[in-house]
Write a new protein. Structure first.
Length: 134
């Protein structure tokens, strides 16, 4: 990365989960390496850094499948933590970028029609409502 002119902050896990922020010609300054509100949560799904006057957050929201079950419950709880933290970011006196993989299909028009998707966590009203609240 440095050979191409980029610096990075990142948080990853072996075999799955990981987030990163790359910046060209400006080293990102790590401000947070996990989403607040879940001290026992060790999944690598959130990283935040200051880059050239911007606060940038990169997320990898839990998928929530299979639904119903503990993974879907975890997704919704993680979303609530994200919503709470996003509200605090809104009050920061700097431009904020919240980007990444939200693992939500916003509307039925955003995916090809198929019965196989009907129970998928990515299309559920609870996930969509939480996504809209961010």
């Amino acid at each position: 990365m440095r050979g191409a002119g980029y610096d990075a902050v990142w948080r990853g896990q072996r075999t799955y989960n990981g987030v990163a922020i790359l910046a060209k010609a400006n080293e990102p300054v790590l401000t947070r390496d996990r989403l607040p509100g879940g001290p026992a949560d060790d999944q690598s799904r959130y990283v935040e850094a200051a880059v050239q006057g911007f606060l940038i957050a990169s997320i990898y929201l839990p998928n929530g499948n299979p639904r119903p079950g503990p993974k879907f419950d975890y997704e919704l709880a993680w979303f609530q933590r994200l919503i709470s933290h996003a509200a605090s970011l809104y009050r920061v006196d700097a431009p904020v970028v919240l980007a990444g993989d939200f693992n939500v299909v916003p509307t039925d028009r955003d995916i090809y029609p198929s019965q196989s998707w009907s129970e998928d966590a990515l299309l559920q009203p609870e996930s969509r409502a939480a996504s809209n609240a961010c």
